[in-house]
Design a protein around this ligand. Structure first.
Ligand code: BGC
Length: 417
């Protein structure tokens, strides 16, 4: 039985006498600092505080979480990790392998997580058959966000292939708009690159390149073609893009400066936070050529070993709360993603989320569901880093031809495996 933790007295008592529940501290490392993201993180903080625990915010800005992971490593190495950290994908197994993570089996069993999660999600959360992380959502990465007013005023249709994208982008550019809102950061370059790989290569090709790291695929004529298309997109980005954060790029679409952005549906969190409605104020469609595919990116929290029963209890409560329907709904309405938990009511979600929910199910049956390379789902952080380097160098300078880039990509991946 838990104390009525809402009351101040209850909280104080739970610290003084041991009646089962104990208030504790949870230091939570995350990288949700944009408008939509901060609103989403606040949902979890509020729910945890309602239970009488204290949330110590450890936010490290930087889209895609590279900076947060660097800070996390230095804290862990010095023997002082936070109690919970936003770790995802294959990184979860790496941290578990090093012996840093706490098992969450007790919470998972009592709430029946195995029955509540699709296998593709629970697999990522487990190490050696035990839950060591808890999922907050499923983000789809292969989206194109568009400003309908710009399309109307230029008189062009939303592109369905990368070929069409280039035709449309030329016209939008001639009309004086920025065709593609983009921030020049390695992870954003990689996010666009994987969308082109998926759109021009298809899900099987994508899988061979980014999951199996098949050398023949990486150096194939198809990959050279894809790299050439990818490079062309550089023509449609404005000259101030270097270092720009992704949410600033999204605001260019919101404000009518840019026509499109290729970005995961955390971008929708920005449209939502700005009070914009899908279908009228903005459009969400699958990135060109990818309507039959879904690049998934699952956010999750892993828990580190902490001392003290209060802290342990707070940690377990955090894990439990994350999987509860209230959190899964409210958080994801703000974040732009869809719940990780199965069987959630759809009514409060918008049309983009409905498309995502339907496509997640359909692609899991058709073979079109693939893990995001750019967001740590398809490969180790070492391989991902190697891909980032090649992709971003190729995209941002003219030192490599598409053939040379394909060759370099294949070699870099081979060396990092
Ligand atoms: C994370 C999202 C986050 C985005 C931008 C992605 O890798 O999964 O939760 O909003 O990066 O930081």
């Amino acid at each position: 039985m838990k104390l009525a933790k809402k009351s101040v007295l209850g909280v104080a008592l739970s610290g003084l006498i041991s009646l089962g529940a104990q208030a504790g501290n949870v230091e939570v490392l995350h990288y949700w600092t944009s408008g939509g993201e901060a609103k989403s993180a606040a949902v979890l903080k509020q729910l945890l505080e309602k239970e009488g625990h204290q949330w110590k915010d450890f936010a490290v800005a930087g889209g895609g979480g590279e900076s947060a992971m660097t800070v996390l490593k230095s804290r862990a190495v010095s023997g002082n990790p936070p109690s919970a950290a936003q770790i995802k994908g294959l990184d979860i197994k790496e941290w578990a392998d090093l012996g840093f993570l706490t098992q969450l089996d007790a919470v998972a069993e009592s709430a029946g997580w195995d029955q509540l999660l699709p296998g593709v999600v629970s697999d990522v959360m487990k190490y050696d058959g035990h839950y060591v992380a808890v999922p907050v959502n499923v983000h789809r990465v292969n989206w194109l966000w568009a400003n309908p007013e710009i399309f109307q005023s230029v008189g062009v249709d939303i592109p369905k292939t990368w070929g069409e994208f280039i035709e449309v982008a030329d016209k939008i550019k001639d009309a004086g708009y920025v065709p593609l809102a983009h921030g020049g950061q390695a992870w954003q370059d990689a996010t666009v690159f994987e969308a082109v790989v998926l759109g021009e290569g298809g899900a099987e090709f994508y899988h061979k390149a980014f999951v199996e790291h098949d050398q023949a695929t990486l150096t194939s004529p198809k990959m050279v073609e894809i790299l050439a298309t990818f490079k062309k997109l550089r023509n449609y980005i404005d000259s101030d893009s270097a270092g720009r954060d992704w949410n600033i790029a999204t605001s260019m679409v919101i404000n009518g400066k840019a026509a499109m952005q290729i970005m995961g549906d955390w971008a929708k969190g920005e449209f939502t936070a700005a009070g914009k409605k899908p279908g009228t104020d903005y459009l969400c469609v699958a990135a060109p050529g990818t309507s039959n595919a879904f690049t998934f990116n699952i956010d999750s929290f892993a828990m580190f070993d902490v001392k003290g029963s209060g802290s342990k209890e707070a940690q377990a409560d955090l894990a439990r709360l994350i999987m509860e329907p209230q959190f899964q709904e409210t958080f994801n309405l703000n974040k732009g993603s869809i719940p990780a938990r199965l069987g959630m009511p759809r009514a409060n979600f918008d049309s983009c989320a409905h498309t995502s929910m339907d496509d997640f199910v359909a692609t899991s049956k058709s073979g079109g569901l693939v893990p995001s390379m750019a967001h740590g789902m398809s490969t180790t952080s070492a391989v991902q880093g190697a891909i980032y380097d090649v992709v971003t160098n190729y995209f941002n300078s003219d030192s490599l031809s598409a053939e040379q880039a394909a060759d370099k990509l294949a070699r870099a991946i081979k060396a990092a495996i």
